[in-house]
Design a protein around this ligand. Structure first.
Ligand SMILES: *[C@@H]1O[C@H](CO)[C@@H](O)[C@H](O)[C@H]1NC(C)=O
Ligand SMILES: *[C@@H]1O[C@H](CO)[C@@H](O)[C@H](O)[C@H]1NC(C)=O
Ligand SMILES: *[C@@H]1O[C@H](CO)[C@@H](O)[C@H](O)[C@H]1NC(C)=O
Ligand SMILES: *[C@@H]1O[C@H](CO)[C@@H](O)[C@H](O)[C@H]1NC(C)=O
Ligand SMILES: *[C@@H]1O[C@H](CO)[C@@H](O)[C@H](O)[C@H]1NC(C)=O
Ligand SMILES: *[C@@H]1O[C@H](CO)[C@@H](O)[C@H](O)[C@H]1NC(C)=O
Ligand SMILES: *[C@@H]1O[C@H](CO)[C@@H](O)[C@H](O)[C@H]1NC(C)=O
Ligand SMILES: *[C@@H]1O[C@H](CO)[C@@H](O)[C@H](O)[C@H]1NC(C)=O
Length: 398
């Protein structure tokens, strides 16, 4: 399951390995050390479009060493009539921790590393639980995967006090992961078809990332297996509602579970599927390839419809009723995340990802600087922070 260990290991890895038979690649959630060799070379050469994306990142208000976190003891998402929603502090700080971690990885300037670990450590010292309405399970999933990815990027920073690093792992394992597991098992007391796919997907992304950061092989494997064979809407076999062969190209377009709901959530599904698969890929599990490249086929369907082309549709009997036509609600919405899918399928695997690329380009020309931005570049509300972004810098190979 895991990639073979490199022969030369830094001292810290050797120590960590003494208790484990297998080991995770670190950093190894969304990004590996090998990725940063490619990224750093493009930045050093000021190659485009990497240089423009790097410039956008360095200008982000979330990527400044002066950034101060606002940790909360209890995060609330969903207006429950009692507590005020305060989850914006968590998604902003998660974006900042991630963006600052990237700045450190690419510049080697430890002022950014210190700012990133300060955000993570401050939350670890403060956060005790996540509440609100059922939406609390969106918070546990979305911000769980985002915080864990920031932490994983910092995992080899020697300036991160080891107690603070451990506390960050404890927060992820004790506050986020139990909610992720609970949601996937129990679905907030509802049946497997009640919650739309993105709910499962963000909680799966979170467990995979936390499993990697905390070296919890059970957590990681359970989540990867759930993606492969799980019983509910985010699992690959359930997510695919219908397959169509596109005339001309004869490629497969796969209608996903939220096509009849709206395009904001359909595009989010593709983005989260990309996160899930990229994280597992970096540990040697190629979910991208499974079910005949289902994630590509779904992204192609979503991409094609969202750049204004027609796609076939099969009625879907959702828990909110029979959806007999594809939803044009939010069609053409702009959110970051398709760079990852285009890079993996189109560039790395050499597959036909034309509609995925078209939507990637649509997002980029319709947002900022013609490249994929991140948190802060897509509005101030939560949707603009659901994907970590900056994919033009981070995933594009050539
Ligand atoms: C890098 O991109 C920025 C923003 O587009 C631009 O101002 C700058 O001139 C570029 N650097 C080089 C060396 O081309
Ligand atoms: C940062 O450090 C890495 C590893 O030592 C090196 O490859 C890279 O060139 C450095 N980057 C900068 C901008 O100094
Ligand atoms: C641990 O993290 C907190 C919050 O960033 C910080 O105030 C404290 O100085 C850190 N401890 C050490 C020993 O670095
Ligand atoms: C590892 O993950 C499993 C499955 O999610 C969980 O039951 C266990 O408590 C985790 N271990 C730690 C130390 O968090
Ligand atoms: C769609 O195609 C995939 C890959 O061949 C297959 O696993 C899946 O069962 C198909 N789904 C439907 C609904 O036909
Ligand atoms: C859903 O609607 C379609 C199209 O009207 C119809 O063919 C199908 O039987 C309906 N399914 C259910 C379960 O009502
Ligand atoms: C959006 O879909 C609705 C319902 O199918 C339809 O009535 C409407 O004409 C569509 N709007 C556009 C702009 O296609
Ligand atoms: C997005 O970009 C495409 C391609 O340039 C353009 O045709 C489309 O009108 C734009 N859509 C929006 C909503 O700006």
């Amino acid at each position: 399951m895991f990639r073979p260990l490199p022969t030369m290991l830094p001292i810290t890895s050797v120590l960590a390995l003494s208790t484990a038979v297998t080991a995770f690649v670190h950093p190894g959630a969304l990004h590996t050390a090998q990725d940063f060799e490619r990224i750093n070379t493009h930045v050093a050469n000021a190659d485009e479009p990497w240089n423009t994306t790097w410039t956008l990142l360095t200008a982000s208000s979330y990527a400044q060493a002066s950034y101060q976190p606002t940790p909360q003891e209890i995060v609330y998402r969903g207006a429950n009539g009692v507590d005020s929603e305060n989850y914006q502090y968590l998604y902003r700080d998660a974006a900042a921790a991630y963006q600052l971690a990237l700045r450190w990885k690419i510049s080697n300037d430890t002022t950014f590393a210190d700012a990133a670990v300060n955000i993570l450590s401050s939350w670890a010292a403060t956060l005790t639980s996540i509440g609100g309405t059922s939406d609390k399970f969106l918070a546990s999933g979305l911000y769980g995967y985002e915080m864990a990815n920031a932490a994983e990027l910092m995992s080899d920073y020697s300036g991160w006090n080891s107690d603070n690093k451990t506390a960050t792992g404890t927060m992820l394992a004790n506050v986020f992961a139990p909610m992720n597991n609970l949601f996937l098992e129990d679905h907030n007391g509802q049946d497997y078809y009640h919650y739309w796919a993105n709910w499962d997907l963000c909680n799966l992304a979170s467990l995979i990332a936390i499993g990697i950061f905390t070296d919890n092989e059970t957590m990681y494997k359970n989540a990867v297996n759930y993606v492969r064979t799980g019983p509910s809407n985010g699992a690959l076999p359930v997510f695919a509602i219908a397959n169509y062969t596109e005339s001309g190209s004869s490629k497969i377009l796969t209608q996903g579970q939220e096509a009849g709901r709206d395009q904001g959530h359909s595009t989010l599904d593709a983005v989260l599927l990309g996160v899930v698969a990229q994280q597992a890929y970096n540990q040697g599990d190629d979910l991208f390839a499974e079910y005949s490249n289902e994630i590509l086929n779904a992204a192609e369907y979503i991409g094609k419809y969202n750049v204004g082309q027609d796609v076939p549709y099969t009625a879907y009997n959702s828990y909110q009723g029979n959806q007999t036509v594809i939803s044009n609600n939010s069609r053409g919405t702009v959110r970051p995340g398709f760079e990852l899918l285009s890079a993996h399928y189109g560039q790395l695997k050499g597959l036909d990802s034309s509609w995925t690329n078209a939507y990637r380009d649509w997002v980029n020309v319709n947002s900022t600087s013609g490249v994929e931005g991140g948190g802060g570049n897509y509005g101030t509300t939560s949707g603009g922070f659901d994907g970590l972004g900056f994919g033009t810098l981070l995933y594009r190979i050539s």
